[in-house]
Design a binder for this molecule. Structure first.
Ligand code: PLP
Length: 388
């Protein structure tokens, strides 16, 4: 491919300089000197100087059908020319069509969607929805879970590195994360540990809440924590526990959704459990700012007060969503992720047999990770990275 020329002559150094002057300093970058990206096509991206990169991170698991996918570009351009904005105070067919497409692939009883502009906002919607439907206010999350960047989302996030507030929102508790590689109960972790993780969830409810939780929220694969996959049986038993205490099961599919785990559209479908509320974002619309919260008819009717969103359900964002979903469906994304994921995993396992610093290989479908350790027996994390 030919290297593009500098856009308007602005170099990476100038962009970084501008960023340091005008944007929030707490914004995390993957490198001390942030990579400036200027153009993308499919799985490739270029910096302003024309260096080409293979984009394995896809804007935090988001460009699910590739940078500047022609179908998405055409759909959004056409929609932009036709009608760019109305707000949720008006109805558009594009909004309805987007909701229909999500309901078509979501677990059975999930039917009614509220669209927002980010995963964080979709999480906020899910938590409020659970509180309104149950008439309760206490929420249980997992200790290394990540759910976004608002007051409520950082509070329900258990991962300490992502909790900037000294005093988070009250009424939120965290149960032990079901992490088989670092199982606190038994090494190696086995089937008996599932009950212990679920017992811990129950103990958190009984001993640290008023016993009337509104919901338990969890990712099907804990993404920010390093693709931690809960053991088989965990979600079924956790669902039984939270429902026993009258609470709802909220599943965060922001990272794992849309075929990425292979074989199914959503991670929770591997576990034979139907959530009460499910949250999606990231890959839903290939980078258009869309978050979605889907629930059952009954729970949706539990939201008695009024609600609006200025940008939620925006026709251009919905056009991006519809085109992305059509593209994922036409390419059978779950099947593709299953096949390519198996190929990736086989290669990673082979590498692990040669490199002791690869402490763990884990994941599902194309969500695969390695955990880098100093020693495979002690499992001491190696933050500096391997030397061989
Ligand atoms: C599992 C999960 N939930 C929620 C969010 C929040 O999404 P957003 O960054 O779009 O607000 C993220 C973002 O990384 C996430 O990984």
């Amino acid at each position: 491919m030919t290297a593009p020329t500098l856009v308007k002559g602005v170099t990476s150094a100038e962009t970084i300089h501008g960023q340091r002057e005008y944007l929030l300093p707490s914004m995390l970058h993957l490198y001390d000197e942030p990579l400036v990206l200027d153009r993308g096509q499919g799985v490739r991206a270029w910096d302003p100087e024309g260096h080409e990169y293979l984009d394995l991170f896809s804007g935090i698991l988001t460009t699910s059908v590739g940078h500047c996918n022609p179908r998405v570009v055409e759909a959004t351009t056409e929609q932009m020319k036709r009608l760019g904005h109305v707000s949720t105070l008006y109805a558009t067919e594009m909004h309805v069509e987007a909701a229909r497409k999500i309901a078509d692939i979501a677990p059975d009883l999930l039917k009614r969607t509220f669209f927002t502009n980010s995963g964080t906002e979709a999480i906020e919607t899910a938590l409020m929805m659970a509180c309104l439907a149950t008439g309760r206010s206490e929420i249980i999350g997992l200790r290394v879970g990540y759910h976004g960047r608002s007051f409520m989302a950082t509070s329900v996030t258990g991962h300490s590195g992502w909790r900037p507030l000294a005093t988070p929102v009250a009424g939120i508790k965290h149960a032990k994360s079901p992490n088989p590689y670092r199982c606190p109960f038994k090494q190696p972790c086995d089937d008996t540990c599932v009950d212990k993780f679920v017992d811990d969830l129950e103990e958190v409810i009984v001993t640290t809440t008023n016993g009337r939780p509104a919901a338990f929220i969890a990712e099907t694969i804990m993404g920010v924590a390093g693709y931690v996959v809960p053991p088989a049986g965990y979600f079924q038993k956790a669902a039984e526990v939270i429902r026993h205490y009258g609470g709802l099961l909220i599943i965060d599919e922001v990272q794992a959704g849309f075929g990425r785990t292979g074989g199914h559209w959503f991670g929770i479908q591997h576990h034979g459990v139907d959530p009460d509320i499910m949250v999606m974002a990231k890959g839903i619309a290939n980078g258009a700012p869309v978050g979605a919260t889907i629930t059952t008819d009954e729970i949706a009717h539990g939201w008695k007060g009024k609600t609006i969103s200025t940008f939620g359900g925006n026709p251009v964002a919905m056009a991006a969503l519809c085109a992305t979903q059509d593209e994922l469906r036409d390419h059978d994304a779950p099947h593709n992720a299953e096949e390519r994921g198996a190929q990736l995993r086989t290669a990673l396992l082979e590498m692990q047999s040669r490199h002791p610093w690869m402490g763990d290989v884990r994941g599902m479908g194309l969500m695969q990770a390695i955990e880098i350790v100093k020693d495979p027996v002690t499992k001491e994390p190696d933050k500096d990275g391997p030397t061989s």
